[in-house]
Design a binder for this molecule. Structure first.
Ligand code: NOJ
Length: 505
């Protein structure tokens, strides 16, 4: 059997509000993405993932879906989506969408019906419960946003409904067969239009404890670490839908779990998710032991059950966390991080803007729009150095401080820019089966340096990253093919602080 496309792909995440502004209203849209398809393809990535573009009142910027089968007017129309799919395919890019199965918007017709009466045919499509004896919420679960219970009381029908996120994001009841079937239909709707797959939002939450028991630790923390057996049955049902299409659609799931083996367990025996986000790298601090341990743990989990074809992901940035350029604090580290990401035995997910070395934007209190405090990493991409940076004004969020210097047009023809580094790394990965699919083995060259090989037959590379504060001499032989500072020069064994090199032996 040939290698599935998603195993050898690099996926580029686009946050549509912030990517490119086609109609000049200061908010990114599908027309903007269509214009940038040649840029994206030119980077050398294989697929894109669009954060939600479905109809939404935008309480959580699209993660509150009011219609799973239509495009929000802010972003465009279904015709625009068809155009984007065609443009991506014409440029050899696959396109995947963000599917939000755990909850809908409170404005979804299903919820409007469900909350209208206790006798509604859709009442049990959501999770309704009587108040506790004291009139309070039915259990001690807390919502992820807003420091509040995960339950909101509905005056009309005298019951509480469950929402693990905002009250505007009621949780769907995946134990109801009609919900499961209706959600399968939403997948088919997009697969029939040529979509190549999905990123499934907080997928480990869909099979939450049906008895809704109190959490033993008491109230106070949200329950994003749900890990119930029922979810695996639901995932097998979803997989059957995907597998019924001949174009090999792929689903990557957001699985917010951190114990050894937990993320990999959501791949089943090759019959659940194709891929699952492993966020352990996002939470590794910039030091050698954290990165060594993280790389080893992620690789170990994916090798546990080779029969199942378990394959890891690698993520350093997304729309929910401060960008890694911001977290690590320097351009040198961001360059080294690019080398780390693109030399892993994993499917790397890049977050649009990291190829420009974007930090987070400072957000003054009056500009805050996100209930989850994540505006900084969602700043618009600066395309040009001029005042508007390629956007209509005002933009929905401010730009990063150095937008004029970091703008794509400034980096375009500069061989030393971050953009050029990403292009070279992506080209290198494409040209090397060792990097795409070869083995990965850590080896020891001293405490401050993390080093690993990637091998496939004669194709062999060694990667070394100096996390230490001083330069070190490392015992490696070979030729530098990419480095954060020096490039295409014979390697003299010296690694500067925060420098990474790739040697081809
Ligand atoms: C995870 C998404 O990445 C995040 O942006 C969103 O707020 C929550 N899920 C709720 O859908």
């Amino acid at each position: 059997m040939s290698t599935p496309w998603w195993k050898e792909a690099v996926v580029y995440q686009i946050y549509p509000r912030s990517f490119a502004d086609g109609n000049g209203d200061g908010v990114g849209d599908l027309a903007g993405i269509i214009e940038k398809v040649p840029y994206i393809a030119g980077l050398g990535v294989d697929a894109i993932w669009l954060s939600p573009i479905f109809t939404s009142p935008m309480h959580d910027f699209g993660y509150d879906v009011a219609d799973y089968c239509d495009i929000d007017p802010v972003f465009g129309t279904l015709d625009d989506m068809d155009t984007l799919v065609a443009a991506c395919h014409a440029h050899g890019l696959r396109i995947t969408l963000d599917w939000v199965p755990n909850h809908s918007s409170h404005q979804h017709a299903w919820f409007v019906d469900s909350r209208s009466s206790r006798d509604s045919a859709k009442r049990d499509w959501y999770v309704w419960r009587d108040p506790a004896a004291d009139g309070g919420p039915p259990n001690n679960w807390r919502a992820e946003f807003g420091d509040m219970p995960a339950w909101t009381f509905d005056e009309t029908t005298g019951q509480y409904y469950l929402h693990l996120f905002l009250p505007e994001q009621p949780d769907l009841n995946w134990y109801h067969p009609d919900v499961e079937a209706a959600m399968h239909d939403t997948l088919r709707f997009w697969l029939d239009r040529g979509i190549d797959g999905f990123r499934a939002d907080v997928i480990n939450l869909i099979g939450k404890d049906p008895a809704l028991l109190d959490l033993p630790d008491g109230p106070g923390k949200p329950i994003l670490t749900v890990d119930e057996p029922a979810t695996h049955r639901m995932l097998r049902g979803i997989r059957e839908v995907l597998d019924s299409y001949p174009h090999s659609p792929m689903m990557v799931g957001e699985v917010c779990l951190f114990q050894p083996g937990q993320v990999a367990s959501y791949l089943g025996v090759g019959d659940e998710l194709h891929l699952a986000f492993d966020f352990r790298a996002i939470f590794a601090r910039w030091n050698a032991s954290h990165f060594r341990r993280t790389i080893a743990a992620i690789q170990h989990d994916s090798l546990e059950d080779p029969e199942a074809g378990s394959w890891p992901t690698w993520v350093l940035s997304n729309h929910d966390q401060p960008r890694h350029r911001e977290r690590y604090g320097s351009e040198a580290r961001a360059r080294a991080a690019a080398i780390i990401s693109l030399t892993q035995r994993a499917t790397p997910y890049l977050y649009a803007g990291e190829e420009l070395g974007l930090p987070d934007a400072p957000i003054p209190p009056e500009a805050v729009v996100d209930p989850g405090g994540r505006d900084g990493c969602r700043a618009p991409i600066p395309w040009t150095a001029d005042d508007g940076h390629g956007w209509g004004t005002p933009t929905w969020l401010p730009f990063v401080t150095d937008a004029a210097t970091l703008a794509a047009d400034q980096q375009e023809d500069d061989d030393t820019s971050m953009l050029s580094l990403y292009r070279r790394l992506l080209a290198l990965r494409r040209s090397s089966t060792a990097l795409r699919s070869g083995s990965q083995d850590l080896f020891d060259v001293g405490d401050d340096v993390v080093a690993w090989t990637r091998r496939d037959g004669d194709d062999e590379l060694a990667i070394a990253v100096n996390f230490g504060a001083s330069g070190v001499e490392v015992d490696l032989s070979g030729h530098v093919v990419e480095g954060s500072v020096r490039r295409d020069v014979p390697f003299d064994g010296q690694l500067a602080p925060d420098e990474a090199v790739i040697l081809r032996r």
